[in-house]
Design a protein around this ligand. Structure first.
Ligand code: NAI
Ligand code: MG
Length: 503
């Protein structure tokens, strides 16, 4: 198999691709126990360009055992909070120093535009590691003056401690591979946990580079382990493992439910970040051009493969034609290309499966009577073979159509007119999901009245897909359980212990 060769790849990336790619278990680089491998495919061409180990249940056992040893003995449990802070800061510095290489690997592996990978994915990872490093020294309990009826004659003193939850199993998706790794790794390592990370089979590469940099940063052997492999083998073995204390999962609602049930069987702590069908709500006072640009960014960023993608656009009927025309114009003018080309605005979807799934949804929309105001077809780019889909705007939909109800996870938005706020609030909430929403208006009173009515973990006003490390992130309803980022994430990676002392 020839390593991928392209004029846009730096020497650092070439060197990474030329090294053998192995999993990191207990500080050692290793192959899968059974010698299995899986192909890594360039979604811009459909060609395999390298392989990684296909770890399975036995590899997960070894990684969990290594993480357990590191959690209970050796240097890691002796580290002071300030030592964990310093390590995470060093890790962040190494990510920053290798930002371009990581962005290129992400672009090759996932297909996303390299400029976005650098300015969004890698930049957010560096900031998040530094943000969480600061929390390592700020994990605290409380003291209580307790009153117990039967012990009136004794003086009592109560306090709580926050302790690391233990060994963490993290299972992450392919849409933001490095960023989703960081969302699990940073709070786990800041809190003193150890972990096993299972990246998605479609995009295993940046997790392996991440592991090299963690080792270089100086994490003791076994603190951070990476097992590459398939979901139904390595992923399932990790989710149901009796040797871990917590599972952190990001991915589809379907698999999230399986992971949640497997975790509950062992009473493993679990947090789930799942799918979405997020509404973009344009009120009648919004500037149509700004709303169209905002709606385009909300759905086409990362080829629409974003859990918070603004995939249902509701525009007040007085502005509907103008906004849809603007959005369709933007969609038609976007430059498709391989992610690794800095001129690309829209890359391929991650896999042939994903391309077929998205095209199947578009077809089902046509069959049920919808019409494409823009796009609606696969796109041929370069020599062909890549998993491209045109940025697509569907109109003439009904609320019961599959394209309106189900998560498409591609560059496809359904645009729908509405008449009044009560109606749009009801329709925006008429979904099993509740991850995010955006409202476009400068009418403060109406915006404030709408915000509490929207059942979603995040509501944006006059922006979409904007994340901040300090803001908790997660879903209502079937979009998940738990909140990542912000102070809230510490609750997911620590246990609270209550201590009562009779003095
Ligand atoms: P998926 O949910 O199957 O994959 C996510 C992760 O779960 C991967 O690491 C995978 O290896 C792992 N996994 C798969 N089966 C597992 C199992 N039985 N036990 C434990 N881990 C398992 O997502 P998939 O199949 O790649 O995409 C299907 C659809 O899911 C997409 O079209 C999209 O609608 C949605 N999705 C949503 C994401 C989000 O961030 N909300 C991310 C990825 C997919
Ligand atoms: Mg799957």
């Amino acid at each position: 198999m020839e390593p991928y060769s392209d004029q846009h790849i730096s020497d650092a990336t070439r060197r990474f691709l030329a090294r053998p790619r192995r999993m990191l278990i207990g500080g050692e680089w290793c192959e899968a126990v059974d010698g299995g491998t899986l192909e890594v495919i360039d979604p811009a061409t459909g060609a395999a360009f390298t392989r990684v180990p296909a770890g399975g249940a036995e590899d997960i056992d070894r990684a969990v055992a290594a993480a357990r040893r590191a959690f209970e003995s050796g240097d890691w449990p002796k580290m002071r909070p300030v030592d964990r802070e310093r390590l995470l800061l060093r890790f962040a510095d190494l990510i920053e120093a290798n930002a371009q290489e990581l962005a290129e690997i992400e672009a090759l592996d996932n297909g996303k535009p390299v400029v976005m990978a650098r300015l969004v994915d890698v930049a957010l990872v560096v900031d998040f590691l530094r943000y969480m490093a600061g929390w390592a020294t700020k994990i605290e309990g409380a003291t209580m003056d307790v009153s117990v009826p039967l012990m009136r004659d004794r003086e009592l003193f109560g306090f709580t401690r926050r302790e690391p939850v233990g060994v963490v199993g993290a299972i992450i998706p392919w849409n933001f591979p490095l960023l989703m790794a960081a969302w699990k790794v940073a709070p786990a390592l800041a809190s003193g946990c150890t972990m096993v990370l299972k990246p998605a089979e479609e995009t295993p590469l940046t997790a392996l580079r991440f592991a090299e940099l963690a080792k270089e940063a100086g994490y003791p052997a076994g603190v951070f382990n990476v097992v590459t492999g398939h979901g139904h083998t390595a992923g399932a073995a990790l989710a149901g493992h009796k040797g871990i204390e917590k599972v952190a999962f990001t991915g589809s609602t379907e698999i999230g439910k399986l992971v949640g049930k497997a975790a509950l069987d062992n009473m493993t702590r679990v947090s789930l970040e799942l799918g979405g069908k997020s509404p973009v709500i344009v009120l009648d006072d919004a500037d149509p051009a700004a709303a169209a640009a905002g709606a385009a960014q909300a759905i086409f960023f990362n080829q629409g493969q974003v859990c918070t993608a603004g995939s249902r656009l509701f525009v007040h009927k007085s502005r509907f034609d103008e906004v849809v025309e603007g959005l369709a114009g933007i969609a038609a003018g976007m430059k498709l290309g391989p992610g690794i080309d800095p001129a690309t605005q829209v890359g391929p979807l991650v896999s042939a499966v994903q391309q077929q799934r998205v095209l199947g949804y578009i077809r089902s929309g046509y069959e049920e009577g919808a019409r494409a105001a823009a796009g609606g077809e696969p796109a041929r780019v370069g020599a062909g073979g890549g998993y491209f889909v045109q940025p697509t705007v569907l109109v003439d939909t009904r609320d019961d159509m599959k394209v309106v109800r189900e998560e498409i996870f591609g560059p496809v938005v359904v645009a729908m007119p509405y008449e009044d706020l009560d109606e749009v609030a009801r329709r925006a909430n008429d979904t099993p999901y509740g991850l995010a929403a955006s409202i476009w208006s400068n009418d403060l009173s109406r915006v404030h009245r709408l915000i509490p009515r929207i059942k979603a973990g995040t509501v944006w006003v006059n922006c979409h897909n904007i994340l901040d490390n300090a803001m908790p992130f997660g879903g209502y309803k079937q979009s998940g359980i738990g909140r990542e980022m912000g102070r809230a994430v510490l609750d997911l990676y620590t246990e609270s212990k209550s201590v009562i002392m009779a003095l």
